[in-house]
Structure formats: structure tokens, C-alpha cells
Write a protein that binds this ligand. Sequence first.
Ligand code: MRU
Length: 374
Amino acid sequence: MKTDFKNGDYDTVGFSEDGRRLAYIDQTLLPNEVRFVETDDLNEMRQAIYLLKVRGAPAIGVAAAIGVYVLANKLMYMGYHEEDMFLQALQMQAEVLASARPTAVNLKWAVNRMMNRAQTCVGLGVDGIVDELKREATLIRDQDIEVCRKLGENGLEVLEKGQGILTHCNAGRLATVRYGTATSPIYLGQERGYDFKVYADETRPLLQGARLTSFELASAGVDVTLICDDMAASVMKQGKVQTVITGCDRVALNGDAANKIGTLGVAVMAKHFGIPFYIAAPTSSIDFSIPSGDSIVIEERDGDEIKNMWYEKPMAPEAAKTYNPAFDVTDADLITGIITEYGIVRPPYRQTMRELRDTIKREKEKANEMRGHE
Ligand code: MRU
């Protein structure tokens, strides 16, 4: 994986040099330290996702895909040479990995895709299956890069030179392999002289906007202004924001979209001020199996993240209860459009999302056919 952070030539997640371990940037150390970590240990991988060392829906998906391959390779070296036993052991480990966080659909999507690939390779022998899993994980990583780039091109269509853009959380390069989702049009615009002015919400309680978005955009030379979450309304009222773009962790069939806690508030404010609100969503973040956002499981995290995490001393009384949902669901009617690698999906979502689902199905069938001819 590329690790030249200083010159901006890096990937957020990938394979280690020897190809046997998962490699990633430990995002909990940013912006003060850039450390690349490698592991082939199941618990370390699961913890890396749970503790947000690897975070952001697409990056979690790619990490999980590479993780499944790494675990498969390790099982083979441990002596699992019989396909049935190997697949059983791998399935159990894959489920542990998939349980790390509940909201971003990319995690389960990637693990399922890897395990389905393993099943279709039965008969090739364990070494054959492991080879195919490496190929599949590489494909998932490469597709993430390509999809984010396309998303950027599509997103750029709704932006104009010199605009103020507000974003929430980190749906940037650090949340994917490269480019990001919500930031992809910003990076492409930067290359083409669009001169955007970006406002990054700090994103309490884990500060992804402050620690990650403002860091990666500033490192890339983008004009970025960091604001506290409670300043967004005021900045909008002052006319400084013409478009809002955020990422998402899961989109339902009716267009409801789960993203970092606080996104719903941003969407409500954008509607109030008549500012278009877009969600950037690779189709790996769309869960066509759920009718609405009501079915999305929202991760609840430790209250310590609110009370203690960034302070030398606790900043709230021990007796105070906390409620710390990590995500919220933005209602479809607040979303102007969903920017995907296939184009921008707009209301009425119940119809346009079904059309998108059919397009993806056709593309998949075509890809499988091509694979069959290889
Ligand atoms: O808890 P996190 O940091 O994993 O939450 C990340 C977000 O909510 C992102 O906006 C989302 O995953 C999209 S990333 C392209």
C-alpha cells in the first residue's frame, strides 16, 4: 500500500508489503501522528474497526475485505487444507469481524461478498480459494478508488466555482482508500481551479471534522475553515454556504440516510435556509433490502466519549447520565440528491432507487458473464 503521506501519495487501508497482513493508518492518532499499522490478528482487526482506528463506511468495507483474505491465508498456513473445515473456520472468523460495528452497511456488504466468493470457488482447493479471495479483496479496494473518483465527477456537476461547501464528520480520503466521497468533488475541483471554500463541522464527540477533515483538506491545500457544530446555522444564515455535502453509512430504499450524529440537524438547517443538501453514497453504502431508515441499527457508544475523552479532567459530573448515539437518520425529504458512482439519484426516491437497483443488477450480471469467459 502507498504510504508516502508527506507527498500526499498514500492509501488509508491496503495490503502490507508482504501481502499477508492488513495495513492501515491509525486514525485515532491523527492529526498529531501519522502511523501505519499492520496486523493479521482477528481481534486486532475487530478492535481497529470498533475503536475507529479504521473508520468511515467505505474504508471499513475495504479493511474487512482484506481482513477476510488475511484470515483465510493464515488458516491455510495453520494447516487447514480441507475445504469444509477451512470454510467453517473462516465463516466463524468473518462473523466476528462483521460484528465490529452495526451501522455502516459496507462492513457486512464486504464480508458477505468475500464469503460468497469463497463459496463459489469450492473445488479449487484451499490454496485456490485463498488466491481468489486475494483477487476479490484487491478488486474491492480498486473499485473503491474508481467509485470515489466517479462520485467526484458526478458531484462536481452540482457545484459552481468559488462556492461555500459545508460538510459534517469525515467522508474524506481517510474514510475511503483515496479521494473520499463527500470530499471527492472538492479534490477534483481543487485540481481544476474551482476555488471552493469549505466549512468543516468539528463533529462532536469524536471530532472527525476537526481531527480528520480539516487536517486532510488543509494538507491538500484546500481552503478549509473549521467550525464548532453549533455554528453551522449561523454560517448558513450569513450566506457563506451554497451547498452541503456529507457522506453516509447506510441508505435505505426510500432514500433515508444514516450518517454521523448531527447530520440530521445540518439537513434541517439547510432546508430552513434553502441550501441544497446532498449525500455522497457509493452504492456499496446503499441497503436495498430495507424499506426505510427505521430499520437501521444505530450504534450507541460509551458516554466516556462525551464526558472525558478530550479533557485532562472529567468535564461533567459522574452522576450525569449520557446518551451517545454515533449516527442519526436524515429523512429522505430533506435530501436534495444522492450522489453515486452511477449519477445523482433524486426524488421520488422510491422510484429512482429501484431504477438504480436494476442498473446495478444488470452491471453485476454483465461482470459475472465476463468473468465466466475469462
Ligand atoms: O464513526 P465514523 O467516523 O466511522 O463515522 C463516519 C461517518 O459517519 C462518515 O460520514 C460515513 O462513514 C461516510 S465515509 C465516506
